[in-house]
Design a protein around this ligand. Structure first.
Ligand code: 1HN
Length: 344
């Protein structure tokens, strides 16, 4: 490949004349914009052990009342992106949120899509679009773009969950904003009771509400049972994985980020192909070694790590006598919609 001209090859007077007119020569930057064969990635494989997060989050609970925070969150920031950018990957924001007994995080809505993966504690709930959703460990709760949501806690111990948002992308698009609202009136629970059985769904036209997001809570009990059933019926030639989908359309549960749960049989190891989207790995149950781009993370329950795109992912169930379960968030719906999705 031939060497392209550098900025310093150009006379200063010419560079100044360009800058005066808000013009920039392309050729000095062309190779870094379009590197050969594989993109440059800022995202560094990074693990955030829950044992390190938890005490700092509890300290935040003592230092900052909920009224002073609205959302009491420690952001899992990727050092490769720069901590101040508060992103795990190009499109993924991650945070660990603490709600203490009796606290209430007021209602608002915003353009970024969010999900919560419940890490610890019982008794909290999130009301989304008037639907009050109980939160238990391993449950996935959706708060899609534009829907009102607020959190409360009637239990007796701290509740912690992992927030996953497409905030970095929506912010980059200059489309990120919020609106505050009043406490929501709670209507009857819809999605979970009416859509949780994939094969039998409400008949079109019979139901009064036709929400674009018919299911807002995916109970861990059901997800786990689906994985175990598939592991029993699928030959043991690889891990079993399910994708959280919109039960009406079968498409990804949200527009930008993808969400999955993966089960590794006792002692199982595998290598997943290099895919273009960046990904996040969170242990719901068990113990898993995750290897990405030459980094290996020994992950236990509630630990979280991320990987850049375009690298293979190695998984190894560190438990020889019990299955392990991972929650995965990735940028695959975005890559597919943009037409840039690749597997290598
Ligand atoms: C948000 O609305 C929540 O509702 C949590 O719990 C984290 C991070 C950035 C922007 C909005 C929540 C958030 C957030």
């Amino acid at each position: 490949m031939n060497e392209l001209g550098k900025l310093s090859d150009l006379p200063q007077s010419y560079r100044d004349a360009l800058a005066d007119q808000n013009l920039v020569p392309l050729w000095p930057s062309l190779r870094s914009l379009l590197p050969p064969t594989i993109p440059a990635r800022q995202t560094r494989p990074t693990m955030w052990p829950y044992a390190a997060i938890r005490p700092l989050l509890m300290q935040a609970g003592a230092l900052t009342p909920i009224e002073k925070a609205e959302r009491r969150v420690l952001v899992l920031a990727n050092p490769g992106q720069g901590l101040e950018r508060m992103q795990a990957s190009p499109a993924i924001y991650l945070g660990m949120q603490l709600l203490l007994p009796g606290e209430w995080a007021p209602s608002h809505r915003h353009t970024p899509n969010a999900v919560r993966m419940v890490v610890e504690g019982e008794g909290a709930w999130t009301t989304v679009d008037g639907e009050k959703l109980p939160m238990s460990r391993g449950d996935l709760i959706l708060t899609p773009t534009g829907l009102w949501h607020e959190h409360g806690h009637d239990g007796s111990d701290p509740v912690v969950w992992l927030d996953v948002l497409d905030l970095p992308l929506v912010h980059y698009l200059e489309a990120s904003y919020h609106v505050n609202g009043a406490r929501q009136a709670v209507s009857v629970e819809r999605g979970e009771s009416t859509h949780a059985r994939g094969g039998v769904l409400p008949t079109a036209g019979f139901q009064s509400s036709a929400s674009a997001y018919p299911m807002l809570r995916y109970a861990w009990r059901d997800t786990r049972a689906a994985l175990e059933q598939q592991a029993r019926t699928q030959a043991s030639d690889g891990p079993v994985q399910v994708t959280f989908v919109n039960p009406t359309t079968g498409a990804d549960a949200q527009n930008i980020l993808g969400f999955h749960a993966l089960m590794l049989r006792p002692g199982e190891a595998c290598t997943l192909p290099a895919r273009s989207p960046a990904s996040v790995w969170h242990v719901i149950e068990g113990a898993v070694q995750v290897t990405a781009a030459g980094e290996s993370f020994e992950m236990g329950e509630a630990d979280t790590c991320c990987s850049p795109g375009y690298v293979a992912i190695g998984l190894h169930n560190r438990n020889a006598d019990a299955p392990s379960f991972l929650f995965i968030a990735d940028e695959s719906p975005l890559h597919r919609k943009l037409g840039i999705y690749e597997e290598r």
